[in-house]
Design a binder for this molecule. Structure first.
Ligand code: GLN
Length: 271
């Protein structure tokens, strides 16, 4: 049988805050199960567009506004149609932060530029003035079938993402700001597409999400999608530590401390 081909979208431009750890996690979790997995870098240009058709699943990481703007045209022209066809046929696509924003219709940057997205899902993003930064705990939508009650990660974005009515968030934020800091939603999912603001990177500390990706990719590549269970002791203790840190920094006590610090700074500035 053929190796699972993981298409890594724009690894040179879109790889922030350790996002490559997601690729390493998928490689390692496949290899522990004896599943061959090949990473296919999908960079700028038409030839990479043709390679999209040969892939069984995709990862699209985060990036800065200027990198998102620099590749937006290439994404729509060379990758859009084959990516749309691949996900319609069940290929998993995990997109983080800047990649997540580019799944939607557009990203309106703080300086007024409009970066057009893939228009794969009905969502859009508007940059805000305050960055949303910190550890996040999310309760995933049970309908996605991850079989878990917690995802953890680290968000760092200025974009506020708004989902159209037909879109479901990946989950609800327990701690953190999520999509826009207002409606309690974090990320998005539809079929085999998941978008999220969770860096960290997200997959090492959320093995259920990594295995969700691998199961869908196995189905596309013709492998059985029953994955042998792994000992996730280390992964889950890292996850628990992230959740604990999120609560300490951004839960009620953390917010109080932060508020206190802010008023101290204001008082010092007035002097
Ligand atoms: N440039 C985007 C934002 O700040 C995405 C950042 C990222 O991918 N970390 O909203």
């Amino acid at each position: 049988m053929t190796a699972i081909r993981l298409g890594h979208l724009y690894p040179a431009q879109m790889s922030m805050y350790g996002d490559r750890g997601n690729i390493l996690t998928l490689q390692q979790r496949a290899s522990w199960r004896g599943l061959p997995l090949t990473v296919v870098p999908l960079g700028l240009g038409a030839s990479a567009g043709a390679e999209v058709e040969t892939c069984h699943g995709f990862f699209f990481g985060g990036g800065q506004d200027r990198d998102q703007a620099a590749l937006a045209e290439d994404l729509r022209t060379h990758k859009g149609a084959p990516l749309r066809a691949a996900v319609a046929a069940g290929a998993p696509l995990l997109a983080v932060c800047g990649g997540y924003q580019l799944l939607g219709s557009h990203y309106a940057t703080a300086d007024g530029a409009i970066v057009p997205g893939l228009d794969l899902l009905p969502l859009w993003t508007q940059a805000g003035h305050r960055r949303l930064v910190g550890n996040v705990v999310v309760t995933p939508d049970p309908e996605l079938g991850l079989g878990i009650t917690r995802l953890v990660g680290f968000e760092n974005h200025s974009g506020r993402t708004h989902l159209g009515p037909a879109c479901r968030p990946l989950g609800r934020t327990v701690v953190g700001e999520g999509n826009n800091g207002e409606d309690g939603g974090e990320g998005v999912w539809a079929g085999t597409v998941v978008g999220t603001y969770l860096h960290g990177p997200v997959l090492p500390r959320n093995p259920a999400l990594a295995d969700w990706w691998l199961r869908a990719a196995c189905r596309r590549a013709g492998w059985p999608d029953q994955l042998a269970p792994l000992d996730d002791g280390w992964e889950l203790s890292a996850q628990a530590e992230g959740a604990e840190r999120a609560g300490r920094e951004r839960g009620p006590a953390g917010r109080e401390r932060e508020g206190g610090l802010r008023s101290l700074v204001r008082r010092a500035q007035r002097r």
